[in-house]
Design a protein. Structure first.
Length: 129
């Protein structure tokens, strides 16, 4: 049994399968999940687990070379916009509809219980060397 890091076996296994350039969508409970990518649904109740908590855990385990979020987060959810800006200085902002379109190409979707709008980010995996 693992003693630290991500303990959810489905999520830990999915992360181990990712490679350089793969996309990971970390999303709120309301984001439409596209057909195609593997889904690990962590949502339990509204707000649990939070987007910030899940993102923090994923960033501790992944090498991320880029991130994309919906431009609408700036006005609709300033707290999440600040979190994303702090985590990703080169965060790309696109219209929400474009983020949804790009999400179809993700390899993995991690759904949180977040109940605030536009708490979504599409991560692009990097390489550790």
């Amino acid at each position: 049994m693992k003693k630290s890091g991500i303990l959810n076996r489905h999520l830990a296994g999915a992360l181990a399968e990712l490679g350089h350039g793969d996309g990971v969508l970390v999303c709120d409970a309301g984001m439409p999940v596209p057909d195609g990518p593997r889904l690990v649904d962590l949502a339990f109740r509204a707000g649990v687990p939070s987007f910030a908590e899940v993102l923090d855990g994923l960033l501790a385990e992944l090498v991320v070379e880029g991130a994309t979020a919906a431009r609408e987060v700036l006005d609709a959810n300033p707290a999440t916009a600040g979190l994303l800006g702090g985590c990703f200085p080169t965060l790309e902002l696109v219209p929400h509809e474009e983020l949804k379109s790009r999400s179809v190409g993700a390899r993995l979707v991690v759904r949180t219980g977040e109940a605030r709008p536009y708490a979504n980010v599409l991560l692009r995996c990097g390489v550790f060397f």
